[in-house]
Design a protein around this ligand. Structure first.
Ligand SMILES: Cc1cc2nc3c(=O)[nH]c(=O)nc-3n(C[C@H](O)[C@H](O)[C@H](O)COP(=O)(O)OP(=O)(O)OC[C@H]3O[C@@H](n4cnc5c(N)ncnc54)[C@H](O)[C@@H]3O)c2cc1C
Length: 387
């Protein structure tokens, strides 16, 4: 049997029916423990085949698939509307960075628990004085025998209170230039000296945290790459993150199209969306979505020499997230007053999800680097404009 037929048969036999529609995707650790039984079963089956991280080498828990095989798997998952078995910082950020910069021992230690969903990771980049100006990180890591002693705090660490491990940018050499004094280190969130404060937003409690390190002892073997090379590793990880936030790393699920939504909420006359101004807006968003997806595909096909992302990730992050805002704004606008629901039986779960989704897209253009910062990178690194 060929790869496509084999994949199709396996998915038909192994993807639970409840995983063939949109819904929550666990991101490792406790989120897997707390997931629905079908979601856990789906994750286990996919992980056994290495298909939670299909292109990673088999020895690290991956499926060892070629780019072509991966494309077929994605197509076949999309065909039955199969949900991703796992998402999160492990598979989309730290895993690819470790694959690229980690030693064999580090790959063997960190990657299999990501592939199996055992571990949930969080990201320790931002600090009170280091957001857009990320190279200003001040968290200190000082060598003490075989360990580093870490002091300082990280801000906006999403999901830190339920994460098992964290990856951090730390300052190992305060005398070196701003970028060269940074190193990249990972450690267990249960290490003595770590405390976490959850941050309340104007909308109430959130999963944002401030993570404090007070004399946290971390074995030196947890440093990824050389001391002082953290900026290089950290930037590459951001490229993976930005590609993912921009929706350019390949989701498999079918989503209800904006055209279908418009037809449901506005109605149809002569086979067309009833209201001409909405018809125009829906057409524009649909065309821009299609053009963007083709650009993403072309970029992937052109990247024959290296699988690593490039500065195009800044373009994906900028365009994908700004486009997300436009699409979700149009979506709630099409729903009329049904698009303003927060709770209550008069709204369907889909409507409540749409309102929350619309608000969440605002954060998309900030996390992983703001749209303004993406424009700066595009100006300098892609267009070659002077500083
Ligand atoms: C949903 C969400 C999740 C996040 N999760 C994490 C996480 O898990 N871990 C983590 O470490 N961080 C996380 N962050 C933090 C995020 O990385 C920062 O918020 C982001 O980098 C911006 O930094 P800042 O908030 O300090 O804003 P600032 O850097 O203070 O920027 C404020 C404003 O000034 C603009 N600006 C700043 N510098 C320039 C410039 N040079 N040119 C033009 N405009 C500029 C910015 O665009 C922005 O509009 C998250 C943020 C969000 C929204």
């Amino acid at each position: 049997m060929g790869f496509r037929e084999d994949t199709r048969t396996w998915l038909e036999e192994n993807c639970p029916q409840s995983m063939r529609r949109q819904g929550p995707v666990p991101s490792g650790g406790i989120t897997v423990t707390n997931a629905q039984p079908d979601a856990r079963e789906w994750l286990t089956r996919m992980a056994e085949r290495g298909w939670t991280v299909p292109t990673w080498p088999k020895e690290y828990g991956g499926g060892g698939l070629s780019a072509d095989e991966y494309r077929i798997l994605a197509q076949e998952m999309r065909r039955i509307n199969a949900r991703e078995p796992i998402s999160g910082h492990g598979t989309t950020m730290i895993g690819p960075a470790v694959l690229e910069f980690g030693t064999e021992e580090q790959c063997l230690e960190y990657l299999p628990p990501i592939a199996s969903g055992e571990i949930k990771w969080c990201q320790g980049y931002s600090e009170p004085g280091a957001g857009s100006d990320l190279a200003n990180v001040q968290m200190r890591a000082v060598v003490d025998g075989d360990d580093y002693i870490i002091n300082g705090s990280k801000l906006w660490t999403s999901g830190a209170s339920e994460a098992d491990w964290i990856f951090c940018l730390v300052r190992t050499d305060p005398d070196a230039s701003k970028h060269e004094g940074i190193s990249f280190i990972v450690f267990d969130m249960k290490s003595p000296g770590i405390s976490i404060t959850q941050i309340d937003l104007i909308s109430g409690p959130s999963d944002f945290c401030q993570t404090f390190c007070d004399d946290v002892r971390v074995p030196r073997r947890h440093l990824i790459s050389k001391p002082g090379n953290g900026w290089t590793v950290g930037k590459r990880l951001l490229q993976y993150e930005r590609t993912s936030i921009g929706g350019a790393s390949g989701g498999h699920q079918k989503v209800t199209t904006i055209d279908e939504h418009a037809r449901n909420y506005i109605g149809v006359a002569d086979g067309k969306i009833r209201d001409p101004s909405y018809r125009d807006r829906v057409l524009r968003v649909s065309m821009d979505d299609a053009a963007y997806q083709l650009t993403v595909r072309r970029t992937a096909e052109e990247a024959t020499t290296s699988k690593a992302p490039t500065f195009m990730s800044s373009f994906f992050k900028l365009y994908g997230t700004e486009q997300n805002k436009l699409r979700t704004e149009l979506l709630v606008s099409l729903m009329g007053t049904q698009g303003f629901g927060w709770t209550g039986d008069q709204f369907t779960p889909g409507e409540l999800g749409a309102t929350r989704g619309w608000l969440r897209t605002k954060a998309n253009t900030i996390e992983g680097g703001t749209s303004e910062v993406m424009l700066n990178i595009i100006a300098k690194r892609i267009l070659g404009l002077p500083d």
